[in-house]
Design a protein around this ligand. Sequence first.
Ligand SMILES: [Zn+2]
Ligand SMILES: [Zn+2]
Length: 276
Amino acid sequence: MSLEPGALATLISDSCGLPFDGRRIAGANTIQIVPSGLPVQNTFTIQTAVGWRNVEVTFVPGSFAGELVRHMGLADAGARGSCAAVLAKCLRDGATVNLRINNHPAKPDDPTGWGAQWARLELSVRRGQLDLGNGDQDNEKIFAWTQQVTAAIVTLLPLEQDDLPSENLQGGFSEGAQVQFEGNRYERDRRNRAAALAIHGYACLACSSELGDRYGSAAVGLIEIHHLTPVSKLGSDYCINPATDLAPLCPNCHRVAHRREPPFTIEELKSMLAAE
Ligand SMILES: [Zn+2]
Ligand SMILES: [Zn+2]
């Protein structure tokens, strides 16, 4: 495995809006990423093990993470829906998803049976029959699977307050909701971004370009998240579904989309590009 733990941690940090550090387990094809600057025993590790033709990503709670897991069980319906949407994407992509709550198997794509009083949480996602051994393409797969599992977990991290989201073109986006995750500020919009990228990937939904392919490593992961329904039209209790309400757009397409109010649709953007 050629992917450096630090490089993986940087990509995951960008996609999930939480800083992570990476390290390799000596003598094994396994990378661990942990939230930066926090006592790992109180938080969690995301462990990615690369085998012969398979990748397995496991959520490993710290030995004193009971309080965190309890809070994750109390995540609101929007967060649980986002988590389930990400895990449903993993299932669609051919992975085996093992989700256990309080030592009982739970359906990954249906949060209605998850209950709210969590004492124990186990999650691992394994994708076999992968064509590995191709350098950069391996790295993309390792990153994609690690990002999906990390996104599923961070969607459930505790939010302290929920404000109506807003979209800010300059910075891509920013929502009002901000939280304290064990000392790190964590915004609801970042949670939605993590889930949207896990589900849709990094290619622009309008022009299909991935900026990293065109500009190289400086642009890897550079993508903006567009709200298909303007946030001003959503009720304050509306739960954003990252699969259907959010779309990754490159900065160009995103700017064009907002040159009209209401914004141009993805289909309209596509037909502009086709007519050019
Ligand atoms: Zn585009
Ligand atoms: Zn937008």
